[in-house]
Each structure stands twice: as C-alpha cells, then as structure tokens.
Design a protein around this ligand. Structure first.
Ligand SMILES: [Zn+2]
Length: 322
C-alpha cells in the first residue's frame, strides 16, 4: 500500500458505457434463448466455453501471470492464453498491469478499483471510465519484466484483434450451427452476447470480490444473517491482499477449496504445473509475532513468509523431478 494521491479525475467513457449496456441487455435475451429455445448440446457447449474462459482469468491472468503463485509448463501457458482469449476481456498484459496497480496502490486514488468507493464503483464504473492521469504516472512503478518475457502473453497482445475475433468469437459461434444444427440467432446470442456478458463479470469480480465475500474489519458474521445462504463471507479475501501469491486463495471468497484451486492441484499432480506457493499457519503466526512483539515492519515479515514459501515450493519441485 502506498501514500494517497490527489482525487481522481476519471470520466465516463460513453462508448464503453453504451457497449456494456447493449452487451448485458442482449446477453439477457441470450439467457432467455438458452433456457427456452436452445438445444441441449448448445447449453453444454456454452457452459464448457464459459468455464474454460473463467479458468483463463482465474488460474491464468490472476494466479499465474499477475501473482506468479505457480509455474506452468509451456503447453499449459498456451492453453491458459487461449482460454483467456475466449473470455473477450482484453489482453493478459493490460489485465495484469491493472491488477498489479490495484494491489500496489490498494484503496488509494491511484487504485483503479478503489474499494473505498463501494461495490458499484469497483465492479462497474471503474471499468467504463477513462483511466486516472495520476495512475498513468505510476505505471512505470509496476515491475512487469516477468510478464514481458512470456512469449504467449506477447503473442496474444500483439495479435489480439486477430486471435480474439476468430478464435474467441467466430469459432465458438460457428460450432453449434455447423455440428448440431443450432440456429444462427441462438448461437450468436448465447455464445456471443450471453457468454461475453458472463466472462466480463467474472473478470470484473476479481477486482471487486472483496466487497461481496469479505467481512468488514471487526465483523465476525455478516450483519445480514440471510446473506449466508447466498454468500459465505470471511476474511480470506483480505488475506489475498496481504499474501497475493498464495495459490490457495480463491477469487470468490474461498481458501484451499473451490473449483480453480482443485484444478490447479490436479495440474500439479499431472506435472504440468509446479512450484505452487503457499504460506503455512506457522509462518504466518511467526510473522505476526515478529511484527507485534519484535517491532519488525509487517512488509518485511511478509517478505520472509514469501521467501520460505518459495523455498518450500522449490523443494517440492525438485522432489517431483527425482
Ligand atoms: Zn489479486
């Protein structure tokens, strides 16, 4: 976290606002068609494509590229790059840059998704506004060298407007029409508008999830008891802002469970993902004790936790190879 900057001078970018209004309205019509008109195969195909795209965001852009919480083999990185392209949320490089700014300048005016301004700002408005000129000045403070060196991220960024329309849009829309005779209209509205409306919200949620699943400081239970049937609030989303490199941190309020984490563990077992970093309770306890009793700065204590997590991950990686 850094010092605060002058109030932001962000303005609504009206073409983007209109695009998202249309996307959501047409996506709703797609939902209607999905429930009442589409063939079963189209429903299954739409679910598979949407879940694959979600993995591209959660396990790809977020946990692999933004936070380096594990290492992926090249076929897995290629898969995650293509999965991310399916989501239609812009290129990985820009996503990672914005997310790293969000973490580094958390809850300041430089933070593009400033949680202090509420859920609507963090989830919706921040994504349809021009960027803050103050934030632009701090872009060079973000270390992007690791992402710069990734050939698949480079390829996706360079050819995004060729790869995305063909692989991410036309092929998924064409498949149901071509292979099981779905109507063109159904395919466009379900695999085009509805799918993109869903994946865009998944991508936005990663930056605003804390405001849905995170308890407020000092709270033990959600103030509205009924919400526990829909949302399991906890401090885990806050934990992600302290130790963002922990692979067990789920994007939507979970820790050490949830779909993405399970898939990541399966990939590790298959040998295509390795070096999964996590913190032990003991490390955290020691870090907190050193900060509270020893007067050591919290950032230094957390850096030591990362160091021991990296050593542990390396040990596991070497053991796997032997
Ligand atoms: Zn994050």
């Amino acid at each position: 976290m850094q010092e605060d900057a002058p109030p932001s001078k962000r303005e609504m970018h009206w073409p983007t606002v209109l695009w998202y209004i249309y996307l959501h309205a047409l996506g709703l019509w797609g939902l209607w068609l999905l429930i009442f008109e589409a063939k079963w195969l189209t429903v299954i195909f739409a679910a598979v494509i949407t879940l694959t795209a979600t993995l591209g965001i959660t396990l790809g852009a977020h946990r692999l590229w933004a936070h380096s919480s594990y290492t992926a083999s090249w076929p897995l990185r290629l898969f995650l790059m293509l999965a991310h392209t399916l989501a239609g949320v812009g290129n990985i490089y820009d996503w990672v840059l914005a997310h790293r700014i969000h973490h580094k300048f958390y809850k300041t005016n430089i933070d593009p998704y400033n949680h202090d301004k509420g859920f609507l700002y963090s989830h919706v408005f921040s994504n349809v506004m021009t960027s803050n000129p103050e934030m632009e000045k701090h872009v060079r403070d973000i270390d992007m060298r690791d992402v710069d060196l990734d050939g698949f991220v480079y390829l996706q960024r360079r050819f995004y407007w060729i790869i995305m329309p063909i692989f991410g849009l036309l092929l998924p829309i064409n498949a149901p029409v071509e292979y099981w005779g779905e109507s063109v209209m159904n395919s466009i509205f379900i695999l085009g508008f509805l799918r993109f409306a869903l994946t865009v919200n998944v991508s936005w949620l990663i930056n605003s999830a804390n405001l849905i699943w995170g308890l407020k400081p000092g709270q033990k239970y959600p103030p509205d008891e009924n919400s526990i049937f829909l949302v399991r609030k906890s401090y885990w989303p806050h934990y992600h802002y302290m130790l963002p490199w922990d692979y067990k941190s789920g994007e939507f309020g979970t820790y050490d469970r949830g779909c993405s984490t399970t898939i990541l563990v399966i990939w590790e077992t298959l040998g295509i993902a390795s070096g999964l970093k996590t913190a032990t309770s003991e490390d955290i306890r020691n870090a907190l004790a050193r900060a509270a009793i020893g007067g050591v700065k919290m950032e230094d204590c957390l850096r030591d936790v990362l160091k021991s997590a990296e050593e542990e991950a390396l040990k596991k990686q070497l053991a796997f190879k032997h």
